[in-house]
Design a binder for this molecule. Structure first.
Ligand code: NAP
Length: 285
């Protein structure tokens, strides 16, 4: 079998971002500039890098973007007040509170405080419920990005066996619902799943979102399957590796995402997409 075709997330994300830029220009010409505010608490170095990347992508798309930097000693009440003010500010279309928050802050309560219309991460109870009910709402960025990767390669979900590894609210569970909405037959695996290899082996599409470097072996993959690797694992040598053993998996898969350069770049593109949708709604169309 010839090696899998690569799903180039970097290129697809660049395409999506340039489409967003074009659509944003139309809104800007009507007097509404999409506006994103990132709330960053404390000084986690990785979070600073993520925020810088989001900031850069938003600026490139023509958005207004600003970071509210708060100290690591910020109280729950102060953070909720900041979110409340951003909720009230009509010039703000998207609010993102960068995770993780410093210890002692209740992340769930902060997410719950965000206006669902401005919840461009798609994590508030209202948006989670909208996804489960099949109603309009902001979809979580990483799983929505996975769907775009499949769509742009015409990899259909309908009637296919999809296996999702990981059941987080950020990736696994929302992808389960998105795939179900597309008429896939979905299995979700987690740390208590027995015989993970056998579960993965029946998948036409595998989405790995676990956080364990190289967990998924190439021998588990059904020949020709599409493999989306969400995992970001930093190795001791500083390199980033996914949850899938790329070299062995690419020998059996039909399609595969690299790490880095696969799912990762799509997350920011979908964040911009949600912010644009929010701005368009605020502009009345
Ligand atoms: P998470 O909240 O830690 O969830 C991990 C999930 O993996 C849990 O459901 C856990 O099962 C399951 N799991 C752990 N060990 C397992 C095993 N041996 N076999 C099967 N399942 C196992 O992680 P997350 O936030 O979803 O993130 C997952 C990975 O994706 C991480 O590497 C993260 O860095 C990455 N990520 C990437 C992006 C991106 O933009 N590309 C975005 C978000 C996350 P239990 O529920 O039973 O504990």
């Amino acid at each position: 079998m010839s090696p899998a075709r690569l799903i180039d997330g970097k290129q697809i994300a660049a395409d999506v971002r340039s489409e967003i830029k074009r659509d944003a220009a139309v809104l800007i010409a009507r007097g509404v500039r999409p506006s994103l505010v990132v709330v960053l608490v404390g000084d986690d170095p990785a979070s600073h890098v993520y925020v810088r990347n989001k900031d850069k992508a938003a600026v490139e798309a023509g958005f207004a973007v600003r970071t509210v930097q708060l100290s690591a000693t910020t109280t729950q009440r102060d953070l909720e007040r900041v979110v409340g003010e951003l909720n009230e500010d009509r010039s703000v279309h998207g609010i993102l509170v960068q995770m993780p928050l410093p210890q002692g802050l209740d992340a769930r309560a902060i997410i719950d405080a965000i206006d669902p219309d401005k919840d461009v991460d798609g994590l508030t109870p209202t948006n989670v419920a909208a996804l489960a009910l099949g109603r309009a709402g902001h979809r979580p960025c990483t799983p929505a990005g996975c769907l775009v990767l499949l769509d742009r390669h015409d990899i259909a979900l309908e009637g296919r066996d999809v296996v999702v590894l990981g059941r987080s609210m950020l990736v696994g569970k929302p992808f389960l619902l998105l795939a179900l909405e597309r008429n896939a037959t979905v299995t979700i695996a987690h740390s208590k799943t027995r015989d993970l290899a056998a579960v993965v082996a029946r998948a036409d599409i595998v989405v790995a979102a676990v956080g364990r470097a190289g967990l998924v072996r190439g021998a588990w993959i059904k020949p020709g399957a599409a493999v989306l690797d969400v995992g970001i694992n930093r190795l001791e040598n500083g390199r980033i590796q996914g949850d899938v053993d790329f070299e062995s998996a690419r020998e059996r898969a039909g399609w595969i995402t690299p790490v880095p350069g696969g799912v990762g770049p799509m997350t920011i593109a979908m964040l911009l997409s949600n912010t644009l949708a929010s701005a368009a709604r605020a502009a009345g169309g």
